[in-house]
Design a protein around this ligand. Sequence first.
Ligand code: EPS
Length: 386
Amino acid sequence: LRFLTAGESHGPALTAIVEGMIAGLPITREYINEQLARRQGGYGRGGRMKIEKDQVRFLSGVRGGRTTGSPITLQIVNKDWDNWSDIMAPGPEAHLHERVVTRPRPGHADLSGAIKYRHEDIRNVLERSSARETAARVAVGTLARCLLEELGVEIVGFVRRIGSVEAVIEEDLGTSELQKRTARSQLLCPDPQAEEAMVKEIDRARENGDSLGGIFEIRAYGVPVGLGSHVHWDRKLDSRLAGAVMGIQAIKGVEIGMGFGTAAVPGSQVHDEIYYSPDRGFYRNTNRAGGIEGGMSNGEPVVVRAAMKPIPTLYKPLLSVDLKTREPFEASVERSDVCAVPAACVVGEAVVAWELACAMMEKFGGDSLEEIKERVSQWRQLVRQV
Ligand code: EPS
């Protein structure tokens, strides 16, 4: 299973091609659009989201509501293209001297990208480094999510922190309650009290011309034992998940389970003790490992957390130097999001779904939904009998 995305933030469209998906998987535009709408939401988004209303189009690989096994092409049109078609045109007609960007924004890909690719106009960098691209990854991840759902794996994401406000989430909160509370929240935060404080903090940041980051958490329930492998570093499930989540724009830290917390306490408070009962088989009473030991899923929920930095496009000026004149200036912008942590959380769900779907395909394989379903159910039965 593999995919590629293409498309600029103010280009005509985002495109993704997914190759290797089994045949017979039920998939609807509506389900993908629902996830795309979730990504566009969240208190703290800026003006661009008033222009876009992301909708997916299938250009190949899906027929009559099911995948055919052929490469799947997904397209999301950028409505903002109408305002940019002169500037972004691919041919000599492009207005290359309009809206030229020579002022690199601190914290962005701008300066390194311009130096690396020898661009005089930073627009050639920012158009692709923009988090607009994550819409394509959400569409792709939703295909993966459909596969996982067929195989009994469920993905739930929520926001744990925005700025200085941390949510309190009861350890024993059931999946459905967690989902219900999260779905009700405009910040995807299951703690309503914390959410209120987060909204205030976002308002304050906006007033100050500042931006805010935060932490989101993704949980995967029903992941069978044995995805990934201990035998080689690049087959470890945690290594792959961390790479995928770190690959989301603005992510600066990823942890699995107790993560960084494991460094501060002795081993007796870190490792999950193992129990056995005839009806449950092997199990643990704690899940500090976040469902992964030795690079393999251990049957407990997989828990991935990520820290997102505050968006670097600020209304409050930060010092920088002009690429062309080498003169210092104070960077300021016209339009930006104040906080996009809930959006990043939806992207997090998508990339975790993707990596888990890849790991499922590797372990169980098959070319059709029936085939992989059969193999997964056999494996689950076998594991219960161990
Ligand atoms: C982004 C800047 C803003 C965001 C954009 C990411 O866009 P614009 O430059 O058009 O105002 O709205 O996010 C999206 C368009 C999106 O779909 O998430 C950036 O510089 O990364």
